[in-house]
Design a binder for this molecule. Structure first.
Ligand code: DSN
Length: 411
């Protein structure tokens, strides 16, 4: 196969060419991935990466920043226009990642040792929402809430009960593997009642929010964190919106709190991403992302698979593979052999560790960028089913390569 790694190749440019080939010939269903357009990639590779600009526009610690100041100001403006049209919030577009954005948000609102309440990883929460392997649990005293195991949906009465008894300084909402709409208004009420700061992490659903297909926490949350590389289809990176009264706390927590110099090339690429997300074309793309996730879950259900929570309101869904008697890691590996790239996932009442997981998570943001047809998507689901049941075959690998070449990654 053209992208198979040869251990004798140690030229980075040759390896980049192989990776390009792999991305073209395989199909990404990783919910946190997308194919960023050429304009975003050009900004990332531009000489803006040469510029040091510690500080914020017009308040830098280096000379020569007048042009990058304008770039950062434009990016902030575009970010606010997308998520905060009523100008309620302050935006910081410097976080290098979503984890960094969450770290800065915690730092702005809570002293080390303070209590935080976030979603348990098996229920779909991110590592930084209080998982014991993350700073969010070693620096803070984290308690996690779980979805209702019977339905797979968030249990707001239970979150309220936990918030009232635990009295956390911060309530964190948002997820990496929860496919349903989140009631941000209800969580804001719980935070208000319990005197907690409410942070909403929209890393996964940001693109759906700007298209009006998912609730926007702006107006409810004290602080919103997000990433640009997932449904937003931009560069790898984070951003934060916070109520204006918290602007200084957030800016200080990002720099000098946890970061030094901002990546000006990435900030420019975020600006391009935000501008492209404001277009009608992007809204149509998001509708299709959602539709494709629904086509896939429907077909998987017809084939007898169990979808956690019974379906999806987003770009992603999790298949509970326990009835198929295959774990997530084994399923991920089998599918990789035929060019279907997924990520193993834990499920709410899992008995496996995250490295194995009892499920797989699939997302449709990347495949929709390739403008996949509904027919091809159904063929892919049938191919996944055949691969999980009977193992990877040359036939299935060729089928996926054929579909990949029919729906190339656009420039
Ligand atoms: N770990 C990422 C994901 O795949 O959802 C989020 O940071």
């Amino acid at each position: 196969m053209q992208y198979e790694k040869n251990d004798h190749i140690c030229s980075i440019s040759d390896l980049i060419a192989l990776e390009e080939s792999r991305q073209n010939l395989q199909l990404s269903f990783i919910a946190s991935e997308n194919y960023a357009p050429q304009a975003v990639r050009s900004a990332l590779g531009s000489l803006l990466g040469n510029k040091y600009a510690e500080g914020y526009p017009k308040k830098r610690y280096y000379a020569g920043c007048n042009i990058v100041d304008s770039i950062e100001e434009c990016t902030i403006k575009s970010c606010k226009k997308l998520f905060d049209p009523h100008d309620l919030m302050h935006a910081n577009v410097q976080p290098h990642s979503g984890s960094g954005a969450n770290m800065a948000a915690y730092m702005a609102f809570a002293e080390p040792g303070s209590r935080i309440l976030g979603m348990h990883m098996f229920s779909g929460g991110h590592l930084t929402h209080g998982n014991k392997a993350s700073f969010s649990s070693s620096v803070y005293q984290a308690l996690t809430y779980k979805v209702d195991y019977a339905t797979g949906f968030m249990d707001y009465a239970e979150i309220e009960r936990l918030a009232q008894s635990y009295r956390p300084k911060i309530i964190m909402a948002g997820a990496s593997a929860y496919s349903r709409k989140i009631n941000f208004e209800r969580l804001a009420e719980i935070a208000l009642q319990t005197n907690a700061i409410f942070i909403a992490d929209i890393a996964h659903v940001a693109g759906l929010i700007v298209a009006g297909l998912y609730p926007n926490p702006v107006g409810y949350a004290d602080c919103v964190t997000g990433t640009t590389q997932k449904t937003l289809r931009g560069p790898r990176g984070g951003f934060i919106l916070c109520k204006k009264e918290f602007a200084q706390k957030i800016d200080r927590a990002v720099m000098p709190g946890i970061q030094g110099g901002p990546f000006m090339n990435v900030i420019a690429a975020k600006g391009i991403c935000f501008d492209s997300a404001a277009t009608q074309e992007f809204k149509e793309y998001q509708k299709q992302v959602l539709h494709n996730a629904q086509i896939m879950t429907q077909r998987f259900k017809e084939l007898g698979y169990t979808i956690v929570s019974g379906g999806t309101d987003t770009h992603l869904f999790i298949i509970d593979l326990r009835p198929q008697k295959i774990d997530g890691k084994a399923a991920e590996e089998k599918l990789e052999h035929i060019g279907i790239i997924t990520s193993r996932s834990t499920i709410p009442d899992d008995y496996e560790k995250p490295f194995t997981g009892s499920g797989i998570r699939l997302g449709t943001a990347a495949i929709t960028t390739r403008k996949i047809s509904p027919e091809a998507l159904l063929n892919i689901v049938d191919g996944i089913d055949a691969c999980l049941k009977n193992g990877p075959t040359e036939y299935l690998k060729n089928l996926i390569e054929k579909i990949a070449s029919q729906f190339p990654i656009p420039d």
